[in-house]
Design a protein around this ligand. Structure first.
Ligand SMILES: Cc1cc2nc3c(=O)[nH]c(=O)nc-3n(C[C@H](O)[C@H](O)[C@H](O)COP(=O)(O)O)c2cc1C
Ligand code: SF4
Length: 681
C-alpha cells in the first residue's frame, strides 16, 4: 500500500460516532428515490459502498424539507413528513450492518428549482433575483416564510434522529436557499437578514439553532458550503472562512464539508462538478484554507479520484475526511481493494460525468464504465462463479468484448478473445485521442489489465474467421466487433470522410473544413476541437437546435468553451443536404431547418458524424451454424436467467452479439450488454 494511504485508515471520532476510516461519499441525488422515499434500489446502492469498506456514506443529495422545495426534479428524497422515518430506519440498518456510518443532506432549494412540478408552488428566495440554471423567478421571502422554513428544517432534523441516521448536513452549497442568503448578489434584502455578512448569516444560524434544539447536543449536525463561489458578487473565500468559523464557534456544526464554486449557470455548474477536462483536486486549497481556521473536522470532495491524491490530502492535514464520491460510483469496493493491497483492481473514475449528466435529463445516475452501479438488485459487483465451465470465444477487443471477457473469466469459463488490432480498446481508444477526452483511455486500461490478470487468452492482431473460431471448439461465441463509422446517404457522401477517421489518422484535413454533426454527441465536437487546434478553419454545423445537443450539463459547456476559444464557427439548425465537387474544392449545401433556405459553403474538406453502423459480417457468417441462431432470449436476459439454449442441451455453439455490433449506442450500453448477458452464462 502507498505509504501515505495508511492515514486513510485512521478512524475519525465526531462526538459519539467513530467513523472507521477517512474515506466517504458526499451526498448526491442519483435519481433513485421513488415517491420521495429512498427505497430498495437507493438503499442497496449505498449498502454496496458500505460493504466495500467506505467509512461514511451520505445519501439524499438535496433532500427537501418543505413543500416549496419539490423533491420531484431529480427524484430526490422528501423529508417533509414523518412517513420518511421507517425508510431511514431500514436504510440505516442496511448500511450499519456493514460497519459504515450513514448521513443525509437536508436542504431547501430556494430559487434553485422549478415551480412547475409537485405542488406548483412559487419558488422562494431572499430576494427576487432570477436563477439562470433553473430559470425560476422567485418570490422574496416574508418573515413568515423564514419562520416556516426554519421550523421545517428542525422537523426534518428530528426525523433524521428518529430514523437512526448518524447525522446530517444542511446544504449551503451549489446555490441552495441557505447560501442564497449568504451571497450578496442574490440577497438584496434590507431587513435583519440582508446587508452585512452578520445579517446574511442570520438565517443559517436560526435554522441550525432550531435544528440543534430538535436533536440535542449529542447529535451530529454538519454543513456543506462553498469555500469560494468564484463569482464577483458571490461568497468569497474570506466570507466562507468567516461563516464556517462563526457557525462552528456557536457549536452549531460538528463538521464542515467544503467545495469550490457554485452552480448557478452552465459553466459554473461544470466547474463545480469537474469532469476529465479539469485537474485532480482543483479546490482542495479552499477546504484547506477553512481547515486552518476551524476546530471541527473538514470534509472535501471534487475530483479526487486516485488514492495517492486522497492520501496526500489527509496526510498533509488539508482535510480530515476525503470524499471520493464519483470514485465510489465507479467502484464501490474501492476501500476494501485498497486495504487488501489490490489498488490496481480499483476501477478509477475517469471523470466522464455521465452519472451526473443523466439526472438533468430526468434519468438515473449510471456510471459510464460500471454497469452494476445503481443496479445492485440485479447486477453483481462481485461476479459469482458458474456451475459449469464453458469454452467462450469473444470476437472484438473493444470495451464490450473486454467486459464480456472479464465477466466470463470471473465466471470460471475458458476465454479466448480475438482482436484484429494490435491493442485493445476499439472506439474508446480512438475517442481518447481527442484533446481533453484523453482520460477515457482509463476505461480500457482497467479492463485490459483485468482480463490479462484473469488469464484470458488474448489473440491481438488476429482477425477472427469462422475457421479460427471453430478451431477453439467453443460452447459460446460472443460477437463484439463494434461498428464502423457511417458517412450518411446524402448525395456526395463519397466525397466526405467520417469524423473517426480524423482521430484514427487515416485522413489529415488542412485548410477549411465543414464538420457536419448528425448525432450531437462528444464525437463531432471533439474532432472539431482537434482540427481547429491543428490550424484548420472549422465550421461545425448541425441540424439540431444546439451544438453538441446530446452532451450533458457538465460536459457540454466544456466543449462550447473550447470551440469558442478555438474560433470554430458554430452553425446550429443547418442540415447538410448535399456535397459536390467544384474544381479542387468541395461545396457543402446546408439547409436551414427553420426557414428551409439553403446556403453553400466552399471548403477543402467535409467531415461528417453520422454515428455507427454495426460490423456484422462475421455474425451472419456464424449465425447459420449457431444452436440459437444468434438470438439472445430477451425475457431470460431481462429476468436474469440462463439463456434457454443451454438448458435445451445445446447442439453446436451458442452465438450472441453485444455492443455496437448490434446497433450503435454508447460505452455504457456496450458494457451493460456484456455484463448482463455474461453474468448468467
Ligand atoms: C449524480 C450526482 C448528483 C449530485 N447531487 C448532489 C446534490 O444533490 N447535492 C450536493 O451537495 N452534491 C451533489 N453532487 C455532488 C457530489 O456530492 C460531489 O460534490 C461531486 O460529485 C464532486 O465530488 P467527486 O469528484 O468526488 O464526485 C452530485 C453528484 C453526482 C455525481
Ligand atoms: S460516469 Fe464517469 S464521472 Fe461518473 S462515476 Fe463513472 S467514470 Fe466517474
Amino acid at each position: 500500500m502507498n505509504a501515505n494511504a495508511e492515514v486513510l485508515f485512521k478512524p475519525l471520532r465526531i462526538k459519539g460516532l467513530v467513523i472507521r476510516n477517512r474515506i466517504m461519499s458526499t451526498s448526491h441525488a442519483p435519481g433513485y428515490a421513488r415517491d420521495g422515499r429512498p427505497q430498495e434500489r437507493y438503499q442497496l446502492y449505498h449498502a454496496e459502498k458500505a460493504k466495500g469498506g467506505i467509512g461514511l456514506t451520505m445519501f439524499g443529495g438535496s433532500s427537501s424539507v418543505d413543500c416549496d422545495s419539490p423533491a420531484t426534479p431529480w427524484n430526490q428524497v422528501a423529508v417533509a413528513d414523518d412517513g420518511i422515518i421507517p425508510y431511514f430506519q431500514q436504510f440505516a440498518d442496511r448500511v450499519h450492518q456493514h460497519g459504515a456510518a450513514l448521513m443525509i443532506q437536508l436542504t431547501h432549494m430556494g430559487r434553485r428549482t422549478r415551480w412547475d412540478t409537485d405542488a406548483w408552488l412559487p419558488v422562494i428566495a431572499p430576494s427576487v433575483v432570477r436563477e439562470p440554471a433553473s430559470r425560476s423567478v422567485p418570490k422574496d421571502m416574508e418573515v413568515e416564510d423564514i419562520r416556516r422554513v426554519i421550523r421545517s428544517f428542525a422537523d426534518a432534523a428530528r426525523r433524521c434522529r428518529q430514523g437512526g441516521l448518524d447525522g446530517f448536513e444542511i446544504s449551503g452549497a451549489h446555490g441552495h436557499l441557505l447560501d442564497q442568503f449568504w451571497s450578496p448578489g442574490v440577497n438584496r434584502r434590507t431587513d435583519a437578514y440582508g446587508g452585512s455578512l452578520e445579517n446574511r448569516m442570520r438565517f443559517g444560524i436560526e435554522i441550525l439553532t432550531a435544528m440543534r434544539e430538535a436533536v440535542g447536543d449529542d447529535y451530529i449536525m454538519g454543513m456543506r458550503m462553498s469555500g469560494d463561489e468564484l463569482l464577483k458578487d458571490g461568497v468569497s473565500h474570506e466570507d466562507a472562512i468567516a461563516i464556517a468559523t462563526e457557525y462552528a464557534r456557536r457549536g452549531l456544526i460538528d463538521f464542515v464539508n467544503v467545495l469550490g464554486g457554485q452552480a448557478r449557470d452552465d459553466m459554473s455548474h461544470a466547474v463545480s462538478l469537474p469532469n476529465m477536462a479539469f485537474p485532480v483536486a482543483p479546490f482542495l486549497h479552499l477546504a484547506s484554507g477553512i481547515k486552518r481556521e476551524v476546530d471541527i473536522p473538514v470534509f472535501h470532495a471534487q475530483r479526487i479520484t486516485d488514492v495517492a491524491t486522497a492520501a496526500r490530502a489527509v496526510a498533509e492535514g488539508h482535510i480530515d475526511m476525503v470524499a471520493m464520491t464519483r470514485a465510489h460510483i465507479a467502484d464501490p469496493h474501492l476501500v476494501n481493494k485498497l486495504a487488501q493491497g489490490r489498488e490496481d483492481d480499483i476501477r478509477q473514475c475517469v471523470g466522464a460525468g455521465y452519472c451526473i449528466d443523466r439526472i438533468y435529463v430526468g434519468g438515473d445516475a449510471l456510471c459510464l464504465q460500471n454497469a452494476a452501479t445503481g443496479r445492485e438488485a440485479t447486477m453483481p459487483h462481485d461476479i459469482p462463479r458458474a456451475d459449469i465451465s464453458r469454452r467462450v470465444v469473444i470476437v472484438g477487443g473493444g470495451v464490450a468484448g473486454l467486459e464480456a471477457a472479464r465477466v466470463c473469466a470471473l465466471r470460471g469459463h475458458h476465454v479466448v478473445l480475438f482482436e484484429q488490432e494490435a491493442q485493445t480498446g476499439g472506439q474508446v481508444t480512438i475517442a481518447a485521442r481527442a484533446g481533453w477526452r484523453e482520460a477515457l483511455s482509463g476505461i480500457v486500461r482497467w479492463l485490459d489489465a483485468q482480463v490479462r490478470k484473469l488469464g484470458v487468452d488474448l489473440r491481438l492482431g488476429t482477425r477472427a474467421t469462422p475457421e479460427l473460431i471453430a478451431a477453439e471448439k467453443p460452447d459460446v461465441v460472443i460477437v463484439a466487433t463494434g461498428g464502423h463509422a457511417s458517412v450518411g446517404d446524402r448525395p456526395g457522401s463519397d466525397l466526405v470522410h467520417d469524423a473517426r477517421a480524423v482521430l484514427e489518422g487515416t485522413v489529415e484535413p488542412t485548410g477549411s473544413v465543414l464538420l457536419y454533426d448528425d448525432m450531437g454527441q462528444h464525437n463531432a465536437a471533439s474532432v472539431a476541437e482537434v482540427l481547429a487546434t491543428r490550424g484548420c478553419l472549422v465550421e461545425m454545423a448541425t441540424g439540431d437546435r444546439l451544438i453538441a445537443q446530446e452532451v450533458g450539463t457538465t460536459n457540454q459547456p466544456v466543449h462550447l468553451r473550447e470551440l469558442y476559444r478555438l474560433g470554430v464557427v458554430l452553425s446550429p439548425n443547418m442540415e447538410l443536404t448535399e456535397v459536390y465537387r467544384e474544381d479542387s474544392r468541395l461545396v457543402a449545401v446546408l439547409r436551414n431547418t427553420m426557414t428551409d433556405v439553403e446556403e453553400e459553403r466552399v471548403v477543402d474538406h467535409v467531415i461528417v458524424e453520422y454515428g455507427n453502423l454495426p460490423r456484422e459480417d462475421l455474425y451472419f457468417a456464424l449465425k447459420k451454424n449457431a444452436a440459437n441462431r444468434g438470438q439472445t432470449d430477451l425475457p431470460a436476459l431481462l429476468e436474469g436467467r440462463t439463456q434457454p439454449v443451454f438448458a435445451e442441451g445445446q447442439d453446436g455453439y451458442a452465438l450472441f452479439r453485444i455492443g455496437d455490433a448490434v446497433a450503435g449506442r454508447n460505452i455504457h450500453a456496450a458494457l451493460y450488454d456484456a455484463l448482463r448477458l455474461c453474468k448468467d452464462l
